[in-house]
Design a protein around this ligand. Structure first.
Ligand code: FES
Ligand code: FES
Length: 160
């Protein structure tokens, strides 16, 4: 198959690669660019483990063909850390709330929450539930995750 040339910005760095057009964004992120914080669960758009931000919106990277990501701005969990490697307020809050068990769903969960907080720094509980409704967690029962997003919202407000 004829390869295509794709450029995209991931976590602030521009990457240009020649690749098969039928490859998925998740595979390029994990295999070519080594952003292994992106997780694959179902591979069919059901679980949200592969969630990344694309142009500020959460997407299932298992459903995005690499050509669709041309010119886009992608953020993975690795892109949330601060300049000196410090944790993002959402990461701190997930630890404080005990919202991480096996951890497999957490990168996607945090990125969905990040998209929410960027648009609405003070969301209601219903909006938090809606924002993470595409992210399945088989360990925590969700309560601690919702609490973590509320804690992060307060942390971010204190920094403003
Ligand atoms: S791996 Fe993409 S939605 Fe499940
Ligand atoms: S912490 Fe295990 S799936 Fe969510």
């Amino acid at each position: 198959m004829k390869k295509i040339r794709v450029s995209l910005r991931v976590n602030g760095r521009i990457f240009t690669l020649e690749t098969d057009p039928n490859r998925r964004l998740i595979d390029v992120l994990r295999e070519d660019l080594n952003f292994t914080g992106v997780k694959e669960g179902c591979g069919i758009g059901e679980c949200g483990a592969c969630t990344v931000l694309m142009n500020g919106k959460p997407v299932n990277s298992c459903l995005v063909l690499i050509g669709q990501a041309e010119g886009s701005e992608v953020v993975t969990i690795e892109g949330l850390k601060g300049k000196n490697g410090e944790l993002h307020p959402l990461q701190e809050a997930f630890i404080e709330a005990g919202a991480v068990q096996c951890g497999y769903c957490i990168p996607g969960m945090i990125l969905s929450a990040e998209a929410l907080l960027q648009n609405n720094p003070h969301p209601t509980e219903d909006l938090i539930k809606e924002a993470i409704s595409g992210n399945l967690c088989r360990c925590t029962g969700y309560r601690q995750i919702i609490d973590a997003v509320k804690i992060a919202s307060k942390k971010i407000a204190r920094k403003e």
